[in-house]
Each structure stands twice: as structure tokens, then as C-alpha cells.
Write a protein that binds this ligand. Structure first.
Ligand code: MRU
Length: 346
């Protein structure tokens, strides 16, 4: 199984370097890495989804703070300039809380080391960014370990969107559970929702899982209830972008519909996510800001308009699954009932 990082900081001498990431807009046709060394470049990479998935955009944000510090190395107002750039990067996508979380992890370094030279601060930011990268993989492996325990032998597992190695630094959250389960039992079968409109399931999840030799079947988003009824799905595992303290969980648009279908068919529905995806500032999912994306993501497929050009379109990127539809939240600290997740902050 690939241990390559989806996104990583490349050091180049003292207080220098850049962010290297897989360009996910090209997959599965082309595997290419891009190097980014400006804050505008990081903002655009997150916004245009060169890098995507909650934990991966968090790391991009952490890299963005390092880059902002390098760009402002000679500024008389170094700390404030870096904070301004951090706010700009944080505004690139609103739903995944990991972005703000990772940026804040970097801003703490900035605040705690004001007395040091700018170069020393940059070196500390680099060190912290690399720590976050490495911890992400360790956390995902723990999530995978805990999660693999709820996967029955030979299970049919449905997943939605891509919560895999590509959405993190490595291993993945929901796909991390699947990878860990596969290492114990290679007879599991994965059903991957296509995930309109961006097609993360078709383009990324199937790509990742086939690369690892895991039995994977691609289905369109409107097929999941059909396969549930046919007893081909034993469990659903998906990722999350932001979890409220009551367990309500935002994830890729369409997740809510899958959860409703799973409840009707008595199929357990699990969220797999690190603690950094839980927003301790919000009590319920109603407070989660849902990203609205361009209408062209819905109206154009392969550069071809698929509908009358003036039709109204609304394109929310995420929806919120209410906690009562969630059987458990798989974290690096174990599996929690949604109404117990707040205990992680006690
Ligand atoms: O719009 P995306 O592709 O960034 O959305 C990704 C998802 O919804 C993932 O399921 C979520 O970020 C969890 S990734 C481990």
C-alpha cells in the first residue's frame, strides 16, 4: 500500500522551501505533483481542489502559513502580515474545520515565539507543519485500527466521496478503515458512490482502492438504496468535514441521503474522522456553514453543457447528517456514540 504523502513540505535550506502536492484535478488520468510557493497559490490550490479533503486542506493551510512567513520575512510588521495571509487562506473553503484548526496550530507557534528572529520562527513553523503531516498518518492508522473492528467478515462496505489517502496526508479516514479491514480480511467488497458533481468517488476512491488491490465496485449516487435492499451492503463508512458537539456531521453532499437509506434498511452508518474535525465551538449541525460552489460543476460534464444554459442551479458542496442517523464516530481515541463525542473535549 502506498506510503507516499499526498501533500508534504519540501525543505530547501534554512527558512526556505515549498509545498508539494498531488494535483487531484488530473486524477485518474494523470498522476502529477505540483510545487506551490506563494500564499495565492495555496489559496487557489484549495479553492480549485488541486488539494481537497478536510485533513489534506488543513495541511495545505499549515504550509500556507509557512509560505506567508517566508514571503514576509523582511516585513517590519511580520507577525501581523502572516496573520493577515493566514485569514486569507482560511477563507478559501468554509466547511472543513481542519483548515482553520491547522492554521491555528501554526498561529500558536507564531504567538509563542514572538521574541525569536523571523528565520527562527519560520524554522519552527516548518517543523510544526511536518509534525502535523506525520501525525495525520499516525492518527489515520489508529482510526483504521479501531474502525476495522466494526467491519464484519466479507462485508459489503459503502462509502461516499473520497475520504482516503488522497484526502489526507496518507492512509485515509473512511478508506483508512477499509484499508485496515482489508489487511485482516481480503474478502471485503467496497461500493464507491460516484459523488456528483465533482466525481471524487469515481475518480479518486476507485483509483486508490484498485491500486491497493481492494475489490471495488463503482455505483452512481442514486443506486445505494438498490444495493442496500439487495443485502449487498453491510455497513456504511464515510468521512466528515466538520462535526458539531452533538454529533451532527457535515460531509460531501449526498451523505445525508445515504444515511437515511441506511437507517431504513437497518444498516450501520459510521463516520470516520480525527478529533481535529470536531468543532468544539458549535453545538449542532445547524451552525455549520455549507460551501456553495459554481453552477458549472453541475451543468458541464467533460466540457459539454448537459442542460439548458439558463436553468437555475444550486450547488451546495456538503450536507449535514443528523446525529440520530449515525451509529458511531470512529476517531483516533476509539469509537464514540454521536452524543458522547463532546467527552473528547472534557
Ligand atoms: O469537496 P471535497 O472533495 O474536499 O470533500 C471531501 C469530503 O467530503 C470528505 O469526505 C471529507 O473531507 C473527509 S476527508 C478524510
Amino acid at each position: 500500500m502506498s506510503e507516499e504523502k499526498t501533500i508534504e513540505w519540501i525543505k530547501k535550506g534554512v527558512a526556505q522551501g515549498y509545498s508539494r502536492m498531488i494535483d487531484q484535478t488530473l486524477l485518474p488520468y494523470e498522476y502529477k505533483k505540483v510545487d506551490i510557493s506563494t500564499t495565492k497559490g495555496i489559496y487557489d490550490a484549495i479553492k480549485t481542489m488541486i488539494v481537497r479533503g478536510a485533513p489534506a486542506i488543513g495541511i495545505a493551510g499549515a504550509h500556507g502559513v509557512v509560505i506567508a512567513a517566508i514571503e514576509n520575512k523582511n516585513s517590519a510588521d511580520f507577525i501581523n502580515e502572516v496573520k493577515k495571509a493566514a485569514n486569507y487562506i482560511n477563507s478559501s473553503r468554509p466547511t472543513a474545520v481542519n483548515l482553520a484548526w491547522a492554521i491555528n496550530e501554526q498561529l500558536k507557534i507564531l504567538d509563542d515565539n514572538k521574541d525569536k528572529s523571523n528565520n527562527e520562527i519560520i524554522e519552527l513553523l516548518v517543523k510544526n507543519a511536518i509534525r502535523l503531516e506525520d501525525e495525520d498518518i499516525e492518527i489515520n492508522k489508529k482510526i483504521g485500527q479501531y474502525g476495522s473492528e466494526i467491519i464484519p467478515k466479507g462485508a459489503g462496505i459503502l462509502t461516499h466521496c473520497n475520504a482516503g489517502a488522497l484526502a489526507t496526508v496518507g492512509w485515509g479516514t473512511a478508506l483508512g478503515v477499509i484499508r485496515s479491514a482489508y489487511l485482516k480480511d481480503n474478502t471485503i467488497k467496497v461500493f464507491a458512490d460516484e459523488t456528483r458533481p465533482r466525481g471524487q468517488g469515481a475518480k479518486l476512491t476507485t483509483y486508490e482502492l484498485l491500486r491497493d488491490g481492494i475489490n471495488t465496485t463503482l455505483i452512481t449516487d442514486n443506486m445505494s438504496a438498490y444495493f442496500m435492499k439487495k443485502n449487498m451492503i453491510d455497513v456504511v463508512v464515510v468521512g466528515a468535514d466538520r462535526i458539531a458537539l452533538n454529533g451532527d456531521s457535515a460531509n460531501k453532499i449526498g451523505t445525508y441521503l445515504v444515511a437515511i437509506a441506511a437507517k431504513y434498511h437497518n444498516i450501520p452508518f459510521y463516520i470516520a474522522a480525527p478529533k481535529s474535525t470536531i468543532d468544539a465551538e458549535i453545538k449542532t449541525g445547524d451552525e455549520i456553514v455549507i460551501e456553495l460552489r459554481d453552477k458549472e460543476e453541475v451543468t458541464i460534464i467533460n466540457n459539454k453543457l448537459i442542460c439548458p444554459k439558463d436553468v437555475n442551479v444550486i450547488n451546495p458542496g456538503f450536507d449535514v447528517t443528523p446525529s440520530e442517523l449515525i451509529s458511531g464516530i470512529i476517531t483516533e481515541y476509539g469509537i464514540f456514540k454521536p452524543d458522547e463525542i463532546h467527552k473528547l473535549f472534557k
